[in-house]
Ligand binder design. Structure first.
Ligand code: BGC
Length: 747
């Protein structure tokens, strides 16, 4: 594994030196040059240096985005550094979301690994490849909490849980930034989209969000805070409206929380043209007011718009904006440039970059894909397939041999030519011994045409088993690609039924950018491997999983609803005053005719869906089986400010070595604001040989139990807690303890 450590901000001596250099530079800058630093423009195309030469020479640009041709990058940088008055180097930004050339699983898939080490190693590979193209700043990680699978950008998220998203967001920041942001190969990260973007109404991207401050702080802000604490260089403001004030003009977020409370000293970039969109929101009367509101609220750099460049100077002239505010924004931007070492080393020099052998990059991409796949079902142990028993295998479906689509959303620089598809992976693994016959059956995942189904059925009839590769092609998720129906699109369900009728074992491999509703097919197939969009090495990983070279070990980072009408449905919900129970649920067909309306005994569920999801958060099967016993706490009292040990024995009761993700949840039984029914507090991926038992120790800190209370400050409240450790959010190994203050009282 590649080594990566904590991103350090600079030592205090370095930091002081940087502050002096910033002050010296700002003292020499004209207002136009200052506003220039606050402006980022698009620099696509070979002619970018020619197009941008004049403004670069005048110091009117602080950053460009979307230029990845090394020669052009260096040319742009040369104009800025050698031909402008102050020679301030440029930031070169790009969306390096889940890999650059070598593509890792989509972030939601990476979240299913529950493995910060592999996420960090993957980001390091991405950073090195992007740095080799001249990029020094990526717009990742996206740490928005995503509770709505209709939202296309759930694909880019780490799912629904603040603890998981925080840990993996931090891992990604560390992977991009390394120990030392100024070291060749390190690139600045950007935690986005600040904040609340994932709560878009109806799962429609960009739509309004309404999030009470208490929920914002207890859920949505946590991964951002963790990223800031880990030294993330930049943040990006969200496109969305938060409680009536669009995020790009939201001083509560950017001034109060980010600067005053969290002491963030990097910079905030707007989202693409989101400053000018303040007028479209109906928040400002036009670009001039938008520039004023955004800068005042704390946007330091405007991405791809011209509100800052056209209006900030005159707004200062008029006294609507203080020059001190501009100076502070410029200082934030320059601080990141100094930390990146750009003043010392502005140009891309491939010889300076650490080299990673291509096999090592592919190995990391494969491990990430292997660990990301979640086995949702495996009836009668149909999986793993055995090359000794299977003579002929049908590989069917629109995603079986889809080198581009398996890469997923946001892969500007991804190389489909490197993709190992499922079909290829299977063929490579089984060799000559198994006759692999492939029928695509549908042109795309959306196709409605069924003409090719007869051929698929024929091939299935002649095979010992069917591997059916279904899902969503990559364009059906990602930014602005939301769906109201999150079932399998096109004629896929019909294809499943036709193949089911052959009586052959059907193994569904599903690639998708979001949780899907699978009730239509879950009983029609024997096994399901949910593979997200698994990236470059997806097919090689799937082949290993199908044939038992490795056991599935991914765990769901987001709840899978039965029906879209259950959304939002997430594990860490509040209990309500009428929580559902098995006994209270009466489904639509069971309501007696003429039953009188009553509220007695009624609980919070849907008549047509019950209250459970199809698969809960944290769930995922294995070829092994893990037993959890002997859950014990070092004490049944935890003192505020202290920590306790939580131990459990985990046994591999199966016949193969496998990874398991051990998950620790708590419930705070009584709170001054209501507390979730369960909250993930820690987790660990372990590997166990068959028949072996290991003891897993977690250290649970009283601080982990803190939450934002009624006045929205962080508090630790004494009282009774329950705790569970197991392999999913449904874990049933339970213990209790009391959180007490130093005098031993749980008030
Ligand atoms: C997205 C950002 C992205 C930016 C630059 C926007 O549309 O919301 O996440 O970083 O474009 O490509």
């Amino acid at each position: 594994m590649l080594t990566v450590g904590n991103p350090s901000s600079n030592s205090s001596a370095d930091a002081a030196a940087i502050e002096r250099r910033i002050a010296g530079l700002i003292a020499r800058m004209t207002l136009a040059e200052k506003v220039g630093q606050m402006s980022q423009v698009m620099a696509e195309g070979d002619d970018a240096p020619r197009r941008l030469a004049t403004v670069l020479r005048e110091g009117r640009i602080g950053s460009v985005l979307n230029q990845v041709e090394p020669r052009t990058v260096n040319e742009l940088q040369r104009i800025a550094v050698e031909q402008s008055r102050l020679g301030i180097p440029l930031l070169l930004g790009r969306d390096v979301i889940h890999g650059f050339r070598t593509v890792l699983p989509i972030p939601l898939g990476q979240a299913a690994t529950w493995n910060p080490e592999i996420v960090q190693a993957g980001a390091r590979v991405a950073a090195l490849e992007a740095a080799a193209a001249g990029i020094n700043w990526t717009f990742a990680p996206m740490v928005d909490i995503a509770r709505d699978p209709r939202w296309g950008r759930i694909a880019e998220s780490f799912g629904e849980d603040p603890c998981l998203a925080s840990r993996l967001g931090v891992a990604m920041v560390r992977g991009f930034q390394g120990d030392d942001l100024s070291a060749p190969g390190a690139i600045a990260a950007c935690a986005k989209h600040f904040a609340g973007y994932g709560e878009a109404e109806g799962g429609r991207d960009y739509a309004t969000t309404n999030i009470p401050e208490n929920e914002l702080r207890n859920v949505h802000l946590r991964p951002f805070k963790a990223s800031v604490d880990a030294g993330v260089a930049t943040l990006m403001a969200s496109f969305s409206d938060l409680n009536g004030v669009p995020a790009s003009a939201n001083s509560f977020l950017m001034r109060q929380v980010l600067r005053d409370e969290w002491r963030f000293d990097g910079f905030v970039v707007s989202d693409w043209d989101s400053v000018r969109q303040l007028a479209v929101h109906g928040f400002t009367a036009g670009d001039r007011d938008s520039a004023c509101e955004a800068a005042t609220a704390g946007i330091d750099m405007e991405m791809a718009g011209n509100a800052f460049s056209e209006h900030l100077e005159s707004l200062v002239g008029e006294g609507r904006i203080n020059v001190e505010l501009i100076d502070a924004a410029v200082a934030n931007i320059l601080r990141v440039k100094f930390r990146l070492g750009l003043f010392e080393r502005p140009y891309l020099d491939p010889d300076l970059l650490p080299q990673t052998p291509p096999e090592e990059k592919l190995r990391i991409a494969k491990v990430a894909a292997l660990q990301s796949v979640v086995m949702l079902k495996n009836d009668a142990a149909v999986l793993p397939l055995s090359t000794r028993r299977i003579r002929s295998l049908a590989v069917i479906g629109p995603l079986a041999d889809a080198p581009h689509d398996q890469l997923g959303t946001w892969i500007f620089d991804g190389e489909p030519g490197l993709s190992v598809t499922a079909l290829q992976g299977i063929r490579d693994l089984v060799g000559e011994g198994v006759d692999v016959r492939y029928v695509r059956a549908m042109e795309t995942s959306r196709s409605r045409a069924t003409q090719a189904f007869d051929q698929a059925v024929d091939v299935a009839r002649g095979a010992d088993a069917v591997v059916l590769c279904l899902g969503e092609e990559s364009i059906l998720s990602g930014e602005a690609h939301c769906r109201a129906d999150i079932g399998l699109p096109g004629a896929q369900v019909e294809l499943v039924r036709r193949l089911r009728a052959t009586g052959k074992p059907v193994i569904a491999v599903i690639m998708a950018g979001r949780p899907l509703t699978l009730v239509d097919i879950v009983d029609e197939v024997d096994a399901i491997l949910f593979a997200w969009h698994p990236g470059t090495m997806g097919g090689a990983a799937l082949a290993d999983l199908l044939f038992g070279v490795e056991s599935p070990s991914g765990k769901l980072p987001a709840t899978f609803p039965r029906m879209v009408g259950q959304v939002p449905i997430y594990y860490n919900r509040k209990n309500s005053g009428k929580p559902p129970t098995q006994d209270s649920v009466v489904l639509i067909d069971d309501i007696p005719v003429g039953a009188p309306q009553t509220s007695i005994g009624n609980t919070a569920f849907h008549l047509d869906a019950g209250y459970r999801p199809l698969f809960p958060f944290g769930y995922g099967l294995s070829y092994a089986r893990f037993g959890y016993t002997n859950l014990r706490l070092s004490s049944d009292e935890l003192v505020v400010g202290g920590a306790m040990k939580v131990s459990v024995d985990v046994t591999n009761l199966g016949k193969v070595a496998a990874d398991e993700v051990v998950q620790l949840y708590v419930r705070d039984l009584v709170g001054s604001v209501t507390r979730p029914v369960r909250e993930l507090k820690d987790f660990r991926r372990i590997r166990l040989d068959p028949g072996h038992t290991t003891t897993i120790d977690f250290e649970l800190h009283a601080d982990d139990l803190a939450f934002f209370g009624r006045d929205n400050t962080l508090i630790t409240e004494t009282g009774e807690f329950q705790l569970w450790v197991g392999g999913s959010s449904d874990a049933d190994s339970c213990a209790s303890f009391r959180l007490v203050n130093a005098e031993g009282a749980a008030r």
